[in-house]
Ligand binder design. Structure first.
Ligand code: AMP
Length: 397
């Protein structure tokens, strides 16, 4: 479906064309008419589907027809990176219009806080905010949003994983009941339904079936004990020259430890985690995108939603909790028909999780033998749930 069929306001249509968009993606084709009709929406769609434009374009169309001096739209997102990414897309789409936008995601600088405060006081049309920073402003008492017409929650599942449920509930108390609400989520666990019941009124539902891994991805896995993982990474990286590698790790602490370990071995590796300043995170991502940095070590939370293509190798250092996340993670490689590799480390007590993944994708992933120099691997028995030893879970007492 061509964008001209939506009959968008001419200046918006011009900016769509100048961004090089011609045809709507499936999520855009489904969501845009629903949003234009003023209905609430819950949509299951992951990053890379074009979901950002799916919600921005109809809202911008409405705003172009009835310009406003007030905050009309509030978009709440889990991470600063996503806030910035949406703001960048908005800047492209509003290039020919007078619509004002602002990303509010914090930082320690007092000047930035004042600038954000001003955005609220001046009625910036579209505000994109992370929950913590938004609440900091709400708590100060000057944020009044009586003219708010649209409330959007993006990456809702990630938001709940990060513990923002109560923050969202609180934010809702500050915005008008009579509004259009849209919720986007890559996965649809039960807790998302609960949140949707609180936020949305008679929502329309869109679910794009979860994509299977692209055929160009060579998937394999190793059975390993945790203490063998770092040596295995070094072994893999020494076998072949990969230009861009993402290593997904489950926790911030492990991300930092692995970064140090890889740097000690003289790999060009950097970690991205929430303790970094915004400017530091941006620099890491910039260097990774322009290939001066070879290896990015990251948690799901920060890497999700970041638009990086051409990854040669994805390593799942830890198995993701959600089977669908496996598909999202390895989908970062082999984009646009290219070839890529995905290697997963399966430790002894997460074997049953990997079976969930294989059930979701519908086939078994090739298990490679552990190099002999690394010692004996765990045996594979995914139906047996192995408990993590107490001392490992809680540390020695
Ligand atoms: P998103 O899923 O919103 O993160 O979008 C993923 C990427 O697709 C972004 O780089 C967008 O600029 C791009 N994109 C979104 N919609 C279209 C479209 N209809 N045609 C071409 N590119 C698009």
């Amino acid at each position: 479906m061509n964008f001209t069929e939506f009959n968008f306001e001419p200046s918006l249509q011009s900016s769509i064309e100048s961004m090089g968009y011609e045809n709507a993606t499936p999520i855009q084709e489904k969501a845009i008419p629903i949003i234009l009709a003023g209905k609430d929406l819950i949509a299951c769609a992951q990053t890379g589907t074009g979901k950002t434009a799916a919600f921005l374009l109809p809202i911008l169309h409405k705003l172009s027809l009835t310009p406003s001096d007030f905050t009309n739209t509030l978009i709440v997102v889990p991470t600063r990176e996503l806030a910035l990414q949406i703001d960048q897309a908005l800047q492209g789409f509003t290039y020919f219009s007078g619509i004002s936008t602002m990303a509010i995601y914090g930082g320690s600088d007092g000047m930035v806080f004042q600038k954000e405060k001003k955005a609220f006081l001046e009625g910036t049309n579209i505000i994109i905010a992370t929950p913590g920073r938004l609440i900091a402003h709400l708590n100060m008492g000057y944020v009044k949003l009586p003219h708010l017409k649209h409330f959007i929650l993006d990456e809702a599942d990630r938001m709940l994983d990060m513990g923002f449920f109560e923050d969202i509930t609180k934010i809702i108390t500050h915005i008008p009941k009579d509004r259009q609400s849209l919720m986007f989520s890559a996965t649809m666990p039960h807790k998302i339904r609960t949140l949707a019941n609180q936020l949305l009124k008679n929502p329309e539902e869109i679910s794009l079936s979860i994509s299977k891994p692209a055929a160009g991805i060579t998937q394999s896995a190793y059975l390993v004990f945790d203490h063998q993982k770092n040596k295995l990474i070094k072994h893999i990286l020494s076998q072949k020259e990969y230009s861009s590698v993402i290593i997904f790790v489950s926790t911030k602490i492990k991300v930092k430890t692995l970064e140090v370990e890889l740097q000690r071995e003289r790999f060009k590796a950097k970690a991205i985690h929430s303790d970094l300043e915004q400017s530091e995170r941006e620099e890491v991502l910039r260097n990774f995108k322009n290939k001066s940095l070879q290896i990015l070590v990251a948690t799901d939370i920060l890497s999700r939603g970041i638009d990086i293509e051409d990854i040669g190798l994805v390593i799942n250092y830890d198995i993701p909790n959600d089977a669908e996340d496996y598909v999202h993670r390895i989908g970062r490689t082999a984009r646009a028909e290219s070839k890529g590799e995905a290697i997963t480390f399966i430790n002894d007590f997460k074997q049953f999780k990997f079976l969930d993944i294989e059930n979701l994708i519908g086939y078994e992933v090739n298990k490679l033998p552990l190099p002999e120099k690394l010692g004996v691997a765990p045996t594979y028995n995914p139906k047996k749930i192995v408990e993590k030893p107490f001392t490992k879970r809680y540390g020695k007492r």
